[in-house]
Write a protein that binds this ligand. Structure first.
Ligand code: ADP
Ligand code: UDP
Length: 234
């Protein structure tokens, strides 16, 4: 990838120009960060797992009628995607209580939510990605109300498809984060869906098979990521 023009290097991925102006190549790194970049490390083959898990899940979503940026695979850690005008929001969907929802509400980790909870966060590292309500989104002019409504309904639809997909493979989709952008005037799912951006628990043992193993120093991080890839490919 070294001869290609690098447009952006983030915490988890490098974004390169594609073969066409409306396409990008996204290379997934093994670098891992948590707590807004305060904890750093490497997870062996994470980039390979995350690109391949994302490719599979984007394909499943496309088949269910969800527009995504996914176009194809370049190599084992690089995807070819549509270039989107990204909306600087992180859309989080939760089926069970974990992470910051546990901290904010005091509800016990693992509590099943009667209805999925959808949250919006401002994608802004300098501010630490704060939680926003709809009035904040409007005040910041990040998206008009109709677009916020579309993001929420698309996120719920994606949750239905992915929750079923993971359940069929013995995994509980606890929560996950999505990023959307515009392909012309079409709202499109971008970025990645992987053990970095989802909480996934084994249905039988409730073992954590995601980035929480890294965040909390639980050990067996690379093995957990590989297990998710193996199950997603079933
Ligand atoms: P971060 O910027 O949070 O450190 P990454 O290392 O994952 O994150 O970098 C990937 C960047 O590419 C993110 O800023 C993400 O919003 C952006 N991105 C993802 N998909 C697309 C796309 N299809 N078009 C344009 N930008 C994208
Ligand atoms: N998440 C993410 N990127 C972020 C923040 C959260 O992918 O910048 C994912 C996280 O992996 C989890 C879900 O979004 O699956 C909810 O995360 P939470 O708000 O509980 O935050 P965290 O535990 O990361 O503080």
């Amino acid at each position: 990838m070294s001869q290609r023009a690098l447009l952006y290097e983030g915490k988890a991925k490098k974004v390169y120009v594609g073969d066409r102006p409306d396409e990008l190549w996204v290379e997934f790194k093994d670098d891992a960060t948590a707590f807004n970049g305060q904890k750093r490390g490497q997870i062996a083959d994470k980039g390979i797992v995350n690109s391949q898990v994302s490719a599979r899940l984007f394909t499943v979503l496309e088949q269910a009628g969800v527009p995504t940026h996914y176009l194809g695979t370049v190599d084992e850690r690089t995807l070819r995607v549509r270039r989107l005008r990204m909306i600087p929001l992180e859309v989080v969907v939760r089926n069970r209580v974990a992470g910051s929802l546990h901290q904010r509400t005091g509800l016990a980790e693992g509590t099943a939510l009667k209805e999925p909870v959808v949250e919006l966060y401002y994608k802004n590292d300098a501010l630490g990605d704060p939680l926003l309500n709809d009035d904040h989104v409007r005040a910041l002019e990040l998206a008009p109300p109709a677009v916020v409504e579309a993001l929420r309904s698309e996120a719920r639809r994606i949750n239905q498809v992915l929750s079923r997909f993971f359940a069929d493979r013995g995994l509980i989709l606890v929560d996950f984060k999505l990023e959307f952008g515009w392909d012309q005037d079409r709202l499109c799912l971008g970025d990645e869906i992987s053990p970095d951006t989802c909480r996934l628990w084994d249905q039988a043992t409730l073992e954590k098979l995601d980035k929480d193993r890294f965040r909390r120093d639980l050990g067996g991080v690379a093995e957990a990521y590989r297990q998710v890839l193996a199950r997603v490919m079933q």
